[in-house]
Design a protein around this ligand. Structure first.
Ligand code: SF4
Length: 384
């Protein structure tokens, strides 16, 4: 099949761009015009088939050629964050420049309400396997302490840095009461977990480190349009929350959703290409991996969690009783689980891997050993 010729980027196009997708669109349009003028129908047809992918590839190239000093990937260990990190590598960003930032959902003060026990070990093993720096950050007490606020302030944020540990907040914020689970809404003001436990934590860690002053930083997150109509409206590229380029600190921070236009098969395709062993929860049947007890879980997921980690499930269920309010609109998680069916074929060794606080498996599998996990293309119950 005839392939359209993709020329190297013009020097003028390598300049910093604030609209990489628009610039990529314009570039592909110019190529289309040229092929039409040349009457090259075969290449024009081939370009038509590849158009979306080509625009995406060129936009990604324009982004990484913006001359960033730091690339910060919000790294949950789920497939889309893995794809972001791998795609940066593929685009030629040195591994040593790709920082993986993992926000610990349950914090480090003893809570084990929401997260997969193995996630910390998994992201650590991934960073080591690819030689990428890894920094943890968390809100003290994690999700559980934030949920239990009763006339109190939100807790301080802790974050690792190359020099040690930093902290932010926790002293002046308004007093407030939650005492209920976040609402399953796209509105982050009521679905407070995403903002309080992840987004604000990352922004505070950026604002709290002098190494970002006077530098260009790119933050990457893995939301994809295919996941929900709400996410489809997220911008591919925009200023990050922590940006202060015009301020005294000259901290330029851009935010790119590098895989926003990708379909799920592209994500798994890249993971397979690098032979990355996915997070164990995918083998159990979870289609999205962040919190094991994600509030967006459907009845099969709650039934599965009850089987995989009964203590964690019971703790969530007990809070619903204590608050007199359920996560879902009508049914409690117990009622949901009773109506659901655990994922078929959850193997004992995979349950052990997901619920272990250690991660002992290889991250890069030997040639021929990679296979699509059971959760791929399955239930995708996660933030909308
Ligand atoms: S994975 Fe679910 S429960 Fe966890 S922070 Fe995100 S939306 Fe909230």
């Amino acid at each position: 099949m005839a392939q359209p010729a993709v020329q190297a980027l013009e020097p003028a196009e390598r300049r910093y761009t604030t609209d990489p997708r628009g610039a990529a669109e314009a570039r592909v349009s110019r190529l289309e015009t040229r092929l039409a003028e040349q009457g090259d129908e075969d290449k024009l047809a081939a370009l038509g088939r590849l158009r979306e992918r080509l625009v995406d590839d060129i936009a990604a190239k324009l982004v990484v050629e913006n001359g960033y000093d730091h690339f910060v990937v919000a790294f949950s260990g789920g497939k889309d964050s893995v794809a972001c990190a791998l795609q940066l590598l593929k685009l030629g960003v040195p591994a040593s420049q790709i920082e993986l930032w993992h926000h610990e959902i349950d914090g480090r003060e003893g809570s084990a309400l929401m997260d997969w026990p193995c996630t910390r070990g998994y992201v650590t093993a991934f960073a080591r396997a690819f030689g990428m720096p890894l920094y943890f950050s968390w809100r003290e007490g994690g999700f559980e302490r934030e949920m239990l606020r009763a006339g109190t302030r939100t807790a301080p944020i802790r974050f690792e840095t190359p020099e040690g540990q930093g902290s932010a907040g926790g002293t002046n914020g308004p007093l407030g009461t939650r005492r209920r689970f976040p609402q399953t809404s796209p509105d982050l003001s009521v679905r407070w977990c995403s903002s309080a436990i992840k987004i604000d934590v990352g922004a505070s860690a950026l604002r709290g480190q002098e190494r970002f002053y006077g530098k260009r930083t790119l933050v990457l997150t893995g939301e994809r349009a295919q996941e929900s109509s709400h996410r489809a409206h997220y911008a591919y590229f925009e200023r990050d929350k922590a940006d202060a380029r015009e301020g005294r600190l000259q901290r330029l921070v851009d935010h790119c959703r590098l895989v926003h236009a990708w379909e799920e098969h592209q994500v798994w395709g890249l993971i397979e290409e690098y032979r990355v062993n996915p997070h164990p929860a995918y083998r159990l049947g979870w289609g999205r991996v962040s919190c094991a007890a994600c509030i967006f879980g459907n009845r099969n997921q709650w039934a599965s969690l009850r089987q995989v980690n009964p203590a964690q499930f019971e703790r969530v269920a007990a809070y619903e009783v204590e608050f007199g309010a359920t996560i879902k609109h009508k049914l409690s998680v117990v009622q949901e689980a009773d109506r659901g069916t655990p994922y078929p074929d959850m193997k004992r060794k995979d349950i052990a891997a997901a619920t272990s606080h250690r991660y002992d498996e290889p991250i890069i599998l030997p040639p021929g050993a990679w296979s699509l996990p059971a959760g791929a293309y399955g239930d995708s119950n996660g933030p909308i």
